[in-house]
Design a protein around this ligand. Structure first.
Ligand code: A2P
Length: 345
């Protein structure tokens, strides 16, 4: 069997570490690995699949030695600079940042939804935004059967999506609270915040990524535009409100959908429960519904609270939860590499 060579860029970050874990679990036919980060962590050690690796500083020559695949989780700036260099050297890059997602010549892929796009790559494949990935996994089978007319997203997003600094802001906030500091003051300097403009502990911040001229945040527009691209419906009516909440890991989403076609609620639930990588957790009599704490550590998308929206014709509400670092980033990227390996083997 053919064996491959893979580079992990941003190996020391939150997503990079999760990607290491997922790669260890899957143990793909990859014979050589290399781990890259910035100058800051170059020289540090990584234990991976029973072997010790030294983290290398990423530079213009990192891809000279010839990699088959690279997973990038080092932000948009790094991706814009280095992913084209990797691609020029024959490496296929799966990039987790927003750098290339809306580029019309670059596939934006969720393997459960549009795997056919993978073959259209010219050396770079974009991994969608975390909140979009879990939503489209749940929406795709519904769209295929009932045809989506409009979507309203409301998200409750974990701090791990903001990287190590986001996690530190929540942990420091909890520590400050325990030490008796006044938490009801939104003065960022008081809490040494690294990532968020206000304390995230004891708060919900309706502000993820930067604000845009149209009044939306960039995160909201990512959900809108990326959903359209992945579902292949450029004009689909979608609106979104994205909110950061004091949860360590796994994003929760309230999704309201209006369909063109009528549906039977039990058939719809049955369809969801049989769809790839969706787990229906929906038993209100037993108080069972998806939780962030249940989603963390797995790659499935949990769906529950599935019920009719009686305020409109053919309307549906549901609750959707997934591990934003795994399925929302690392696992989705590794699943794309897995498909590339299948195609090349
Ligand atoms: P480093 O640890 O050396 O800073 P997170 O999103 O969790 O903050 O992680 C970001 C990841 O991207 C880290 O692994 C970080 O490495 C890496 N990174 C940031 N800037 C660069 C860069 N210019 N070149 C390579 N890796 C980078």
């Amino acid at each position: 069997m053919k064996s491959f060579k893979l580079a992990l860029v941003g190996a020391t970050g939150v997503v990079g570490r999760a990607a290491q874990k997922v790669l260890e679990e899957k143990n793909l036919p990859i014979s050589e690995y290399a781990f890259f980060a910035s100058k800051k962590s170059a020289g540090s050690k990584i234990n991976f699949l029973g072997k010790e690796y030294i983290v290398r500083e990423l530079d213009e020559h990192s891809f000279d030695e010839g990699f088959d695949f690279a997973i990038f989780s080092a932000g948009a700036g790094t991706a814009k600079k280095y992913a084209p260099i990797a691609a020029e050297h024959g490496c296929i890059v799966v990039d987790n940042s927003s750098a290339f997602r809306m580029d019309k010549d670059i596939p934006l892929v969720v393997p459960e939804v549009n795997p056919e796009e993978i073959k259209n790559n010219h050396g770079i494949i974009a991994n969608p935004n975390c909140s979009t990935i879990q939503a489209v996994v749940a929406l795709k089978p519904l769209d295929d059967k009932y045809t989506i007319k409009r979507i309203v997203y409301s998200t409750y997003q974990a701090v791990s999506g903001a990287g190590r600094d986001g996690i530190d802001d929540l942990e420091n906030g909890i520590k400050n609270f325990k030490e008796g500091q006044d938490i009801n003051v939104a003065e960022s300097n008081k809490y040494d915040l690294k990532k968020f403009p206000y304390p995230i502990f004891n708060n919900c911040l309706p502000h993820i990524d930067v604000f845009l001229d149209n009044g939306y945040t960039k995160e909201e527009m990512k959900m809108i535009n990326e959903t359209r691209k992945i579902l292949g419906k450029p004009d689909l009516a979608i609106t979104a409100t994205t909110v950061r909440v004091p949860v360590l890991n796994s994003h929760s989403e309230s999704i309201n959908v209006e369909f063109e076609n009528e549906f039977d609620i039990n058939e719809l639930k049955d369809l969801l429960s049989k769809s790839q990588d969706i787990v229906l957790v929906d038993d209100i009599n037993e108080e069972k519904y998806p939780l962030a704490t249940s989603a963390t550590g797995q790659d499935n998308v949990l769906v529950g609270r599935v019920r009719r929206d009686y305020s409109i014709k053919n309307g549906l509400n549901f609750w959707c939860v997934a591990d934003n670092i795994r399925k929302g980033a690392a696992s989705n990227a590794v699943q794309i590499v897995e498909k590339l390996i299948e195609m090349k083997s």
